[in-house]
Design a protein around this ligand. Sequence first.
Ligand SMILES: Cc1ncc(COP(=O)(O)O)c(C=O)c1O
Length: 402
Amino acid sequence: MSLNAEELFSERALASRPSEIRELLKLVDSPEIISLAGGMPDDRFFPIDRVVEASTYALREYGTKALQYGSTEGIKKLRVLLGSRMESEGVRGVDLDNVIISTASQQGLSLVSQIFVNPGDTVIVEEPSYLGAIQACASMQAKFCTVPLDQDGMKMDVLEEKLRELQKANIRPKFVYTCPTFHNPAGVTMTAERRRQLIDLADKYNLLIVEDDPYGEIRFEGTSVPSLLALGGKERVVALRTFSKISFPGLRLGWIVAREDIMKRIVTAKQAADLCSPALTQYIAYEFISRGWMDEYLEVVRQEYPKKKNAMIAALEKYFPSGCTWTNPEGGLFVWVKTPDNVDTAAIFSEAIAAKVAYVVGVAFYPNRDDNSHMRLNFSAVDPEHITEGVHRLGDLLKTKI
Ligand SMILES: Cc1ncc(COP(=O)(O)O)c(C=O)c1O
C-alpha cells in the first residue's frame, strides 16, 4: 500500500500557506531578469575582509566554544552588547534576562506566535503586513483583525474602533503585531504621535504589542522616531530585532527582548525548535559589532541605499503612468506602489517576467482579502541603472493596461 501523507498531516500543516514570495522568487532566479522582488541587502557592500577577520578571530579565540552547542538564551557577551546598544537608543530597564538570541527574526515571529496563539485566536496586524508574520501566525491557525495604514503608519482611530468591536464580541486579541519603522511592504514609518497613541491604547485595552523592527537602523533621511519598546517598555512590548539587514542574513541571527514571564516561554519554545542559535555566528557577530565594524558597514549602507531609492523614485515619476502612486521611504528597503484598481498586479506578473522584470504582488501582504492593486518594489539589492531600467520596463507594461 502506498503512503498517503495527506492523511497524516496535522491541521496546522494543512492550514499553512506556502510563501508566495518564495514561490515567485523561483521564477525570478535568472540573470536577465531585473529583480525588484525579494528583500535582500546589497551584497556588494558586504565587507568580506572584515568578516573573514572576525570569523578567524572568533575561531581562534573561542575555538571549541564556537563549535559547541551554546545556551538556548545565546552567548552572554553578545546579549550584553545588544542590551547596551539598545540602551543608547533610549530603551530602559532591559537586563540580560530580557534578551535572547534567536535564529533571526523569522524565528522570533514563529516563537511568539507559538506561545500565544491557539487555533482561532485573533491577532491584530497592519494591512498590508509582512508576509512572514502572516505566515507564522497563520501556521498557528490565527484569525487576523486588520488595521489599514497610511503615510503615518497604522491608523489609530481604526485600531480603536476594531478594539471596541472585539471587546463587544468578547474577543481578546493575543497581540498587536506591527513593523512600525520602514514598514515591509509599505515603506512608511509610524509617527511618534501614533506610537504614543498605540501605547495609550495598549494601556487602555490591556494589549501586548509585538514590535518587529529589522530596518530602524537603516534610516538615511529624516529624523529618527523612538521605538515602541523605548516608549512602552518591556511590560507592554515584545521587540524582535535581526542582524539580517543591519549586517548579513547569512548569520541567521536576531534577538528578542521580552519581560521575564514571556521570556521563559520563549526559551522553552526555542529549545523545542532548535536548542540554540549557532554559537559560531554569534561570536562572529560579537566581534563584528564590538570592533565597530557593524557601524562602519551601516554608514556605507546609509550612504548608498538613498542613491538607489532616489533612482527608483525618479524612474517611477518618469515612466509610470498617471494614476499610480507610491510611498517615498526615509529608510529601509521598499517602495509600495498603488496602481489604478483596474490593473491586477497578480494577473500581469507573468507579463512582467516576460518583460524581464520582477516585483512582489501586493496581495501576498493581505491576510483577509484580495487586494490586487499594489506591488512591492525593492531598491536595496539592485544598482541604480538597473533600478531605472526595471522601473522603465514595468511602466511600459502598466501603460498597456490602463
Ligand atoms: C518585517 C520583517 N520581519 C522579519 C523578517 C525576517 O527576517 P530574518 O529572519 O532574516 O531576520 C523580515 C525579512 O525580510 C522582515 O521584513
